[in-house]
Design a protein around this ligand. Structure first.
Ligand SMILES: Cc1cc2nc3c(=O)[nH]c(=O)nc-3n(C[C@H](O)[C@H](O)[C@H](O)COP(=O)(O)OP(=O)(O)OC[C@H]3O[C@@H](n4cnc5c(N)ncnc54)[C@H](O)[C@@H]3O)c2cc1C
Length: 80
């Protein structure tokens, strides 16, 4: 395993992977993600990738559901 990197992220759940994705998308190449078990083995995997569409109010639905849908679509179609 590598002993150094510009950025080290601990945890391969949605938080860590999203940070790695954002950094790589902005051009950072020396990003190391460390996961002690397997990707999505924590809460992320247990939530089975639910893409939530309903929130308590129309405003929170507008602000949360639409961006998360387009972000997920972009992650599914963009090369790493
Ligand atoms: C059934 C269910 C439904 C849910 N529904 C929703 C919802 O509708 N909306 C919502 O916002 N949230 C929801 N959640 C919560 C959401 O899934 C979690 O908040 C989110 O997945 C947490 O992501 P995370 O990356 O922070 O943590 P995790 O997914 O837990 O990832 C942490 C990772 O870090 C690793 N790790 C920990 N310590 C170390 C270490 N020392 N070294 C290396 N690796 C380490 C773990 O193995 C794990 O893989 C739901 C959760 C569940 C279980």
């Amino acid at each position: 395993m590598r002993s150094r990197a510009d950025v080290v992220i601990i945890g391969g759940g949605v938080t860590g992977v999203s940070i790695a994705f954002s950094l790589a998308s902005s051009g950072l190449r020396d990003v190391l993600l460390l996961e002690r078990q397997s990707l999505a083995s924590g809460g992320t995997g247990h939530s089975v990738g639910v893409l939530r569409q309903l929130y308590p109010t129309l405003e929170t639905t507008r602000r949360s559901a639409r961006p998360s849908t387009s972000t997920t679509r972009a992650m599914a179609t963009r090369p790493p």
